[in-house]
Design a protein around this ligand. Structure first.
Ligand code: PLP
Length: 440
């Protein structure tokens, strides 16, 4: 073995070296095949090695790969912004391109604060968020993240933005069921606003379906209606973090569309470049841009590689691919097919406490004692064990859970590329079965 100087996620673990990818499969240098049941980190939404995307990037790179955003604009960047304005609901029309989901949520935070400043209200500088959430790893994004495991080392540098409970019905802190509960977890937002004062709060941020921190936790009907009402009544912007859920992962372009709610600002990432190029976006509505356009006319944010033509060409090609192959239209029927099979697995393996999710974003939460929903002892490291055993058997799963003792348990995310076929879903289930037989 040659020495490695690459800093990997776990420095004491060895990782297979990948050779190539094709469709929903990845192949390592030793020739082993992996079914990518999580699209990496819920990113490779149209699968690996799609020739149309590679060609579009190649064609763009022959012309120009990079121009600096304060010197030039480019055709791919202009077209991508125009296309997003067309595809996203309401007056979400203005795109600010960045390179990662963390940058997209952090830019959303900055634009929300700037919005109020441009309106002459300088005191609205706090962002409220929920526990069991993940909005990114940079300090602003981490400040908003209700993910104790990822916050722990940096707490002295972080703002205390997570304030309220998530809509995590499986482990409802009030031990009630929706809708009879009256959405007490959403009402917590109102209580927090009263405590802190609306004139100190710029925005509330939430993942429409909670991803990495919880494992595809989807809220009950009317939850977001309540959230939006509270935000509007208190003059607080609503930011939807669609980094994981956007670009059709749950069917519509934005997951929040399932609940007929239109946010003021949206963060996109992951599926936008679908793993072909690093690209993400903060998309801002007309009414949020208005005071900025009338005021300073400058957003103090951005990165050297923001809006680079190469990444924008990749994202445009992804959108074209989704459209040409009518991929999003089939998400719902594939979702039903996969959900039925996952539900059947739950009856076979009682350590699956809950199967949940939306579209092609599912979570399986594991429990030691299903009736009482008692999680495994953290020392068992069950999520890690499931993911590692899965990989050994040739299936890739995404670990989830925020490391909140007793609040969010062990979970994995199942989110294959949206291009997955029903036959491939059958194979995915068979590989899960093999994995669970070994673990359980
Ligand atoms: N927001 C959500 C909902 C995410 O799931 C993630 C990443 O997992 C991020 C933000 C951060 O994105 P990135 O890892 O691209 O910085």
């Amino acid at each position: 073995m040659r020495p490695s100087y690459l800093i990997k996620p776990a420095l004491d673990e060895s990782y297979p070296e990948i050779d190539y990818g094709k469709g929903i499969y990845l192949f390592d240098q030793a020739g082993k095949r992996y079914l990518d049941a999580s699209s990496g980190a819920v990113t490779a939404n149209i699968g690996h090695g799609v020739p149309e995307i590679i060609l579009a990037m190649h064609e763009q790179s022959k012309r120009v790969s990079f121009v600096y955003r304060s010197q030039f604009t480019s055709e791919p960047a202009e077209k991508l912004a125009e296309k997003l304005a067309d595809l996203l609901p309401g007056d979400l029309n203005w795109s600010f391109f960045v390179n990662s989901g963390s940058e997209a949520t952090e830019t959303a935070l900055k634009i929300a604060i700037q919005y109020w400043q441009e309106k002459g209200i300088k005191s609205k500088t706090k962002i409220l968020s929920r526990w069991v959430s993940y909005h990114g790893i940079t300090l602003g994004a981490l400040s908003m993240s209700g993910h104790p495991g990822r916050r722990a080392r940096f707490v002295p540098l972080l703002e205390e933005f997570p304030t309220i409970s998530p809509p995590y019905c499986y482990r409802c802190p009030y031990q009630k069921s929706a809708p009879e509960c009256g959405f007490l977890c959403a009402i917590e937002l109102e209580t927090a606003i009263k405590r802190i004062g609306a004139d100190h709060i710029a925005a509330f941020i939430a993942e429409p379906v909670i991803g990495a921190a919880g494992g595809a936790i989807s809220p009950p009907e009317d939850y977001y209606k309540t959230i939006k009402r509270i935000c509007e009544e208190n003059h607080i912007l609503f930011i939807a973090d669609e980094v994981m859920t956007g670009f059709g992962r749950t069917g519509p372009m934005l997951a929040i569309e399932h609940w007929n709610t239109i946010p003021d600002i949206v963060a996109l990432g992951k599926g936008m470049g679908a793993g072909y190029a690093p690209i993400a976006a903060t998309v801002v509505s007309d009414h949020v841009m208005e005071p900025i356009l009338k005021g300073s006319k400058v957003i103090i944010s951005g990165h050297t590689l923001s809006a680079n033509p190469q990444s924008c060409a990749a994202a445009l090609a992804v959108l074209e691919y989704l459209d040409n192959h009518q991929i999003l239209k089939e998400v719902e029927s594939k979702s039903v097919y996969l959900k039925n099979k996952l539900d059947r697995l739950k009856t076979q393996f009682p350590f699956i406490g809950e199967v949940r999710g939306k579209g092609l974003l599912f979570g399986l939460e594991f429990v030691q004692f299903p009736a009482a929903k008692i999680p495994f002892d953290p020392s068992v490291k069950l999520t890690e064990l499931v993911v590692r055993t899965g990989r050994d058997h040739g299936i890739l799963l995404y670990p989830a859970g925020a490391g909140l003792d007793g609040l969010s348990g062990d979970a994995v995310i199942i989110a294959p590329p949206l291009t997955v076929t029903k036959r491939e879903i059958d194979e995915l289930i068979a590989l899960l079965q093999t994995t669970f037989i070994e673990v359980y």
